[in-house]
Structure formats: structure tokens, C-alpha cells
Design a protein around this ligand. Structure first.
Ligand code: M6R
Length: 613
């Protein structure tokens, strides 16, 4: 939530910051702003997208080689020009951008008002810049020390960057529970919420750790200290393997469509080097390292939010069926607040595309405190979850920019299936024959996904038939129940259509009352073990005049006859069906959103990475 970017070097800062903000806009897009230091601090901020800021900045002198920029997802204070960041100190000397929440802001604000500080916005952030100003003035210290002293008083989460008009050769940044990356270029430095604004200029980065403060000097050096004032000796400089093209739409109308169509490749990427069907092996390094712990674990708990939580629900089936390890799935946000029982021989697996979701991070911290082994299944390399977990596996889906998660979901499922299979093999629960058959089917998945993507026009037609409905019901059984939830979430978040996912058998316990001739019911019927039951569920919907859209296995003539529309997808082994059955649902929601003229990549009220609780 919120994107921050800062630059110091020998180039003009404003265009670099604006380009960076456009790349970070997926993190929040209700307002944005910049401050450029050139003698004084020049700040422009505007409600709306980055383009509104660019329009507002037209004609303003924003020349300068040091500056900060922000794109906001509102928490404290409505989205408007005043609440937009940057926020400046009362003496106009300092300017700050912030991602996170200062939890004790009202206490701090009261104390600062008593000291004579005047506030203009409703944000928690403005309190922070006044606090830094207070320490700087009171102690007559430099910016870094003032930031350090102020942060010692702060409770909450932050990634911040601050500039000081009296020190035009320095930028100070700090983080706690919100991401901040330092980019090291030639005679230039960058600070940003992720590497996307940086990668065009350098692939050398340092991921700041919690409670670290970085001070960058224009003379080409940087230092990192802790809030406790200890110097971090030899910070790790990483070389990123990220290409600029991966951050572009590549000719597609939307990132979401590009990401849906990338799935044959991303699914293959998440398996690459980890599976060999001919030789009959699976190897996930993070798992092998802790195999003994996994073998002795009495329980696995999966924590996640949103789409990642749906992957976890599928993993519950897989881990219990293939590995025979009792598995629980928890919303990270609920887990952390309900005093869960966690034993030191438990394994807690966190699933997260961004690796920055605040609730998931907090759930992991709790699991760590209790001594459980923590394992991260994450997409973004170097993200907080990847760094705080004991072990883990990246899903290697590449940057996912559309707010609606698509390719990360299927790549999570690939990694979870590999884990379940490997654990099942090690436990001796899977026969050699079944193991090899599943590996073969996995290696075949990209080809099958390609065939599903060829159905795009048909799916678009079906979307056009139901685009005006304001409600939809998604039904699935077994492994396809979480797919029903995921299909409903995709429709809700990008089309603003009310949709619910249900286990098909539960329909008769309530939701069936909703069905009439206006209700589209999307039935995911690709799993053969539950097929007869699903056929009955379809009959029940048809008897009440519901509109049935069925996702079926190729050649399922019986359901084809009964349903109003069918999407026939290639078969695979039952265990792998969710990886295929979700794809038509992604396309269906995409087309409905486009037809309803919704902003597909940046749906209202949402942000890609939810770094606040
Ligand atoms: O980055 P994470 O996987 O931790 O994000 C979790 C959810 O915020 C995310 O899946 C969200 O539900 C997506 N918008 C779903 O498309």
C-alpha cells in the first residue's frame, strides 16, 4: 500500500520519480505527489492518479537532482490534495513520504500541538515530519539523527524517505514492517518500495531490514544504522535478475490479460529445475533442507490472505491426501489475533505473492515466537516474508502488476503440489507409478493451459451474455471449491459484481433461495470423482431457472446438454484440476470487467500489496 520513490544523483530527479511512481501506482492510486529540492523544497501533490499530478505540475519549476515521490492508498484521511504526500515540516525545511501506519499518532500529535506545531492534514504521516522537525530543532542535529530519535518514539509500520533543504546532498530513509529498497547506480542512488522504479538504472540493490536507517550522500556513499544507533557493517548488495520488459504491458490492453496469457510460461518457470518426469524426481531446495522437520511435523498450518488463502485451501487437500500430514488453513489476519495454539514442532507456511502482506507477516512473527518452523512461498524476490522465514520456495512467476492475482495463483499451486508430492514420496504414501504419472501430468500443464487460452473468444462471448448481472454464484466441490471462491473473488474485485463461492453441496442449505432466471451460476465440474453429485447440483439450479455456465472436461456431453453455456477444458489428473479450471474464470471476470468499463488493473479501493493491517 502506497508506493514511495526517491532519487539523488546527477540527473534530473522529477522525470525519474514520475516514471517510478507510474510503476508503483499498482500499490495505491488515490493521490500522488513529489517534492524536489532546489534551494527550497518544491512540493506538488494532487488527488487522483499520477497523471493528475503530472498535469498539476505543468509549468511548476521542478528542476533539481534530489527529490521524493509518493503514490497513496488512503488509511488516515480521505484521498484529497491536502492528505496526499509528501508532507512538509512546519518550518518548510523538511519533506517526507511514508508508507505504513503510525499507530500512536494521536498521542504524538497532541504533544506536538502543545509544543506549538500546526497541522494541516488528517494523516498520521504529518505527525512524523513534525516529530522529526521537533528533534532536529531541539537537538540541533543532522537529519539522520533527528529521524532516528523520532522513530524511537513511533509505534507502527513505516517506510519513509526524508529530505532537508539545508542539506541538499543527503537523503535519509528508514523502514519497519513496510518495504524499502536501496538502488545503487553510478553516481546516483534510489530508494523505493520495490525494485521496479530502480531496475532501469541499476540491478544492484540493498533490501533494508526492519528498524534500519539509511543515509545516502551525493558524494557516492551510503551508511546503514539501526534505530539503536549501531552501524550495519557490510550490508548485502544483491544483483537482481529482473528485466524492464517484464514491467511493461507487452501489447496487451491490460496487465491482467498479459498475466493470464503468460501462464503457460510462468507455470513452467515455477517447475523449472525442480522436477524431472523422465528420471522421476522432485527437488525443492528449501524443503530438502528441512525434510526431517517436515517428516516429524504433526501439523502444517498455512497462513495467507485473499487469493493466496485460496491456494492454501487447495494445499490443505493436497498435503492431507498426498502427504498425510494434518493441515490447517488460516486467514493470517484471524490467526494472529485469536491466540492460536502453535507447537514448536509445527510448520507454518506463509503464502504471499508480494511477500509484504502485513497480516501474513504478523502471523509469521507469531509462529516464530512460538518456535514453529516458518516456510515462505513467495513471488517477490527479497521481500519481507522471503527474508523472515526459516526456509521457503519462490514461485518464480515474475512481476505481477494487475491488482487481481492470476499467474501468481497458478504458480503457488504448482509449488504447493510439488511440495505435497515430494512429502508424500518421502513418507512412502505414493506409489512410484502414481508419482511418475503425476510428474508427467505436471510437465504437461503448460500445453494444456495454452489450449484453454485458445477459448478466449468463447469465454468473451459468455461474458457478454452475463455482463449485466449484478450477482453471480460460483459452485465447486472438493479441490474445485476453492476455485469457486477464487472465481467469485476475481469477479468481485475487478467488476464490482456481487459474487459468492460455495461448495456445491451447500447450495441447498441456503444459497439456492437466490436462484432465479437472472442468476448466473458458474459450476466448476472438472473433477470426475464428484461429477455425479455436481450433475445433480446443476439439475437443481436448472429446475429453478438459473443460468448455468459449466466448466467441464472436454467431451462431457451430459453436462454440455444441461448447461446454458459450457467451457470445455483439457483433462488432467484430478489432483491438478484446479490449475486448469481457474483459468476460464480469470478470463470470464476480465472480460466482464472490461465490458462494464471498470479499471481492470487498478480496481477502486484496492491496492496490490496490503502492507497495513
Ligand atoms: O501479496 P499477497 O498474496 O499476500 O496478497 C494477498 C491478497 O491481498 C491478494 O491475494 C488479493 O486478494 C488480490 N487482490 C486477489 O486478486
Amino acid at each position: 500500500m502506497c508506493g514511495i520513490v526517491a532519487y539523488i544523483g546527477d540527473k534530473e530527479a522529477y522525470p525519474i520519480i514520475i516514471e517510478g511512481l507510474r510503476r508503483l501506482e499498482y500499490r495505491g492510486y488515490d493521490s500522488s505527489g513529489v517534492s524536489i529540492l532546489n534551494g527550497d523544497i518544491h512540493t506538488v501533490k494532487k488527488k487522483g492518479k499520477v497523471q493528475a499530478l503530472v498535469d498539476a505540475a505543468e509549468g511548476v519549476n521542478l528542476e533539481g537532482t534530489i527529490g521524493i515521490g509518493h503514490t497513496r492508498w488512503a488509511t488516515h484521511g480521505k484521498p484529497d490534495d491536502i492528505n496526499a504526500h509528501p508532507h512538509n515540516s512546519g518550518n518548510k525545511r523538511l519533506s517526507l513520504i511514508h508508507n505504513g501506519i503510525i499507530e500512536n499518532y494521536s498521542t504524538l500529535k497532541k504533544a506536538l500541538i502543545e509544543l506549538g506545531h500546526v497541522f494541516h492534514s488528517e494523516t498520521d504521516t504529518e505527525v512524523l515530519i513534525h516529530l522529526i522537525e521537533e528533534y532536529q530543532t531541539r537537538n540541533n542535529c543532522d537529519l539522520e539523527e533527528a529521524v532516528r530519535l523520532a522513530l524511537k518514539k513511533v509505534v507502527g509500520a513505516y517506510a519513509i524517505v526524508v529530505i532537508d533543504s539545508q542539506d541538499p546532498n543527503t537523503i535519509v530513509g528508514a523502514r519497519k514492517s513496510s518495504p524499502l529498497v536501496l538502488g545503487i547506480g553510478e553516481n546516483e542512488y534510489f530508494l523505493a518500495s520495490d525494485a521496479s522504479p530502480i531496475i532501469k538504472y541499476t540491478n544492484k540493490v540493498v533490501y533494508l531490514n526492519d528498524e534500519e536507517i539509511v543515509k545516502i550522500s551525493r558524494n557516492g556513499s551510503f551508511t546503514i544504522k539501526t534505530i539503536g544507533n549501531e552501524l550495519v557493517k557490510s550490508p548485502t548488495i544483491k544483483e537482481l535478475d529482473l528485466k524492464l520488459e517484464e514491467l511493461e504491458k507487452d501489447g496487451y490492453d491490460h496487465f491482467m490479460l498479459k498475466e493470464i496469457f503468460q501462464q503457460p510460461t510462468t507455470i513452467a518457470e515455477s517447475m523449472r529445475g525442480r522436477i524431472n518426469a523422465d528420471e522421476g524426481w522432485i527437488q525443492l531446495n528449501g524443503l530438502e533442507r528441512y525434510m526431517k522437520r517436515f517428516m516429524n511435523a504433526k501439523r502444517i498450518t498455512l497462513v495467507a490472505c485473499g487469493t493466496s488463502w485460496h491456494s492454501a485451501l487447495i494445499a490443505e487437500y493436497l498435503f492431507e491426501e498426498l502427504a498425510r500430514i494434518p493441515t490447517d488453513v488460516e486467514y493470517a489476519s484471524e490467526f494472529r489475533y485469536r491466540k492460536p495454539i502453535v507447537y514448536s514442532d509445527d510448520i507454518v507456511i506463509a503464502l504471499s505473492q508480494s511477500g509484504e502482506t502485513a497480516d501474513t507477516l504478523a502471523a509469521l512473527e507469531l509462529a516464530k515466537e512460538k518456535g514453529a518452523l516458518t516456510y515462505g512461498i513467495v513471488n517477490v524476490v527479497g521481500s519481507s516474508i522471503a527474508r523472515i522465514t526459516d526456509s521457503g520456495s519462490y514461485i518464480h512467476a515474475g512481476p505481477e502488476i494487475g491488482v487481481a492475482s492470476t499467474k501468481a495463483f497458478t504458480s503457488q499451486l504448482v509449488v504447493l503440489t510439488l511440495m505435497a508430492l515430494r512429502l508424500g514420496q518421502e513418507k512412502g504414501n505414493i506409489s512410484e507409478g502414481e508419482f511418475r504419472e503425476l510428474l508427467q501430468a505436471m510437465e504437461d500443464l503448460p500445453r494444456r493451459v495454452e489450449k484453454i487460452l485458445e477459448l478466449n473468444d468463447k469465454i468473451k462471448f459468455i461474458a457478454s451474455e452475463i455482463q449485466e448481472s449484478n450477482h453471480a454464484l460460483y459452485l465447486g466441490r472438493g479441490l474445485n471449491f476453492p476455485i469457486a471462491l477464487e472465481g467469485a473473488l476475481k469477479l468481485k474485485e475487478i467488476s464490482y459484481v456481487h459474487a459468492e463461492g460455495y461448495p456445491a453441496a451447500e447450495m441447498k442449505h441456503g444459497p439456492i433461495a437466490l436462484i432465479d432466471e437472472n442468476m448466473p451460476v458458474i459450476v466448476i465440474a472438472t473433477n470426475l470423482s464428484a461429477r455425479e453429485k455436481i450433475v445433480s447440483n446443476i439439475q437443481e439450479v436448472k429446475a429453478r431457472k438459473g443460468i448455468v455456465i459449466a466448466i467441464v472436461k472436454e467431451g462431457d456431453d451430459i453436462i454440455n446438454e444441461m448447461a446454458d453455456y459450457t467451457i470445455e477444458i483439457p483433462g488432467t489428473m484430478e489432483t491438478l484440476t484446479p490449475l486448469l479450471s481457474v483459468i476460464p474464470l480469470q478470463l470470464l471476470s476480465y472480460h466482464i470487467a472490461v465490458m462494464r468499463e471498470c479499471n481492470v488493473d487498478q480496481p477502486r479501493n484496492l491496492a496490490k500489496s496490503v502492507t497495513v493491517e
